[in-house]
Design a protein around this ligand. Structure first.
Ligand code: URA
Length: 434
């Protein structure tokens, strides 16, 4: 195998064969192909894109670098959801137990916070004692016994993605549709699922802010999933405002518990029901998505989703008393309110800045190894589209002794604009089906 010839082919817009891709991936993961050669190929892919058959071969090569769970022995269908990430996006936490309580197993391998977006694992670890580092045996047993596992990626799940993602991050090559699609789908395919619902965000807090790029990512992932034998559909949802009120790890767990009790912010509930309804439909346990959404809503209202969540918390070592009474979750010792300096209609000019404020306070990592302060965060007290008066409280900032507070204040000032009324896109913009 001539790695330079492979780079040249892609550089010049050619199509790589499955054999070339397999050889390159094996060489890279095995350490024979140096990082500089892999970064050259990633840059060529970034610039030239990939044909569907190439993307399939690339994703298969990534997948076969590690463990692929076989959960075919479970007595229920298996479905998961993936979000392209946003600010205040805690949907997975109420969604997974709600779907499980409706008879579908949810093997969910989640990630940590990335840039301005929070991560499901960091949020769950705000529950004292909660373990996300499940072994392969614990993961399988959780699915057999309670039908949900909320776990982190172990060393053996798609090691190729671990290396490639770090290299993309270091070389400014993250925002490529084929590279994002293969990275996400290789990890989801390794979980052992049959159905995947993608929550593709658009707006200033999203990975791809432009809705057209979000649509292209959704279509690319659905086509790729179909070629790999996975049933996938996508929903394009607004991330031009934070989701819910709470942004920050323990604050988001408390808001998720509200949702699991049939309460909490309506936008969060709407997304949980919409995504969960589609998962139930695609898993074959609901006739259509609206019927599925009704069943999810009922599970939030009748306590069955909360009971399933309590099962997960107990199974993964979390302290159930903190879920029964979320005021026992970690809390930041200090509180500051940010108020409106002018009156008018509130809009979020840059949702990303709300996420960066949380990171500045210590609620996210700037570099690998940073320790997270679980209690800090921001509560967005007013919604996009609200009329506000001078002096109205806009944000509640939960901080620890002023750590990162100046920076958080600056981010929050840049996050909003107050002026004339602006039109908001609907929270659920469209469904993209396979
Ligand atoms: N999330 C992933 O897992 N991979 C990407 O490439 C981007 C976001």
């Amino acid at each position: 195998m001539d790695a330079r010839a492979i780079v040249r082919t892609k550089r010049d817009g050619g199509v790589l064969s499955a054999d070339q891709i397999d050889a390159f991936m094996e060489g890279y993961v095995g350490g024979e192909i140096p990082e500089y050669m892999a970064s050259a190929l990633l840059m060529a892919i970034f610039a030239r894109g990939m044909q569907p058959e190439e993307l399939e071969a690339w994703t298969r090569a990534m997948l076969s670098s590690g463990t692929v769970f076989d959960l075919g022995h479970l007595d229920r269908p298996r479905a998961d959801k993936h979000s392209t990430g946003g600010v205040g996006d805690k949907v997975s936490i109420p969604l997974a137990p709600a779907v499980a309580s409706c008879g579908v197993a949810v093997p969910m391998i989640s990630g940590r916070g990335l840039g301005h977006t929070g991560g499901t694992l960091d949020k769950l670890e705000a529950i004292p004692g909660f373990r996300t580092d499940l072994s392969a045996e614990e993961y399988t047993r959780a699915l057999e016994e309670i039908g949900v596992a909320l776990a982190g990626q172990t060393e053996d799940v798609v090691p190729a993605d671990r290396k490639l993602y770090a290299l993309r991050d270091a070389t400014g090559l993250v925002e490529s549709i084929p590279l994002v699609a293969s990275s996400i789908l290789s990890k989801k395919l390794a979980e052992g699922i049959e159905v995947l619902v993608l929550d593709v965000k658009f707006g200033s807090g999203a990975f791809f802010p432009d809705v057209e790029r979000g649509r292209e990512l959704a279509r690319t992932m659905i086509t790729l999933a179909d070629r790999m034998g996975l049933k996938a559909s996508a929903i394009l949802t607004a991330m031009d405002r934070p989701l819910g009120i709470a942004c920050g790890n323990a604050l988001e767990i408390a808001e998720s518990v509200d949702c699991l009790r049939g309460a909490g912010p309506l936008d969060l509930r709407e997304l949980v029901c919409t995504l969960g309804g589609t998962m139930l439909r695609d898993a074959g346990v609901a006739g259509d998505a609206p019927e599925g959404a009704h069943r999810i809503a009922a599970s939030l209202d009748d306590g069955s989703a909360l009971e399933a969540f309590m099962g997960v918390v107990e199974n993964q070592g979390g302290d159930p008393a903190t879920i029964e009474d979320p005021s026992r979750l970690p809390q930041a010792p200090d509180l500051e309110t940010v108020s409106a300096a002018e009156g008018g209609c509130l809009s979020y000019a840059d949702v990303r800045s709300v996420g960066l404020a949380v990171v500045a306070l210590g609620g996210g990592r700037r570099v690998l190894g940073d320790v997270i302060d679980p209690g800090v965060g921001v509560r967005c007290l007013r919604q996009a589209g609200d009329e506000v008066q001078v002096g109205d409280a806009l944000f509640e900032v939960h901080h620890t002794g002023g750590h990162g507070l100046d920076e958080a204040r600056a981010h929050l000032a840049g996050a909003i604009s107050i002026g004339a009324e602006a039109e908001l896109p609907p929270l659920v913009l469209e469904h993209v089906e396979g």
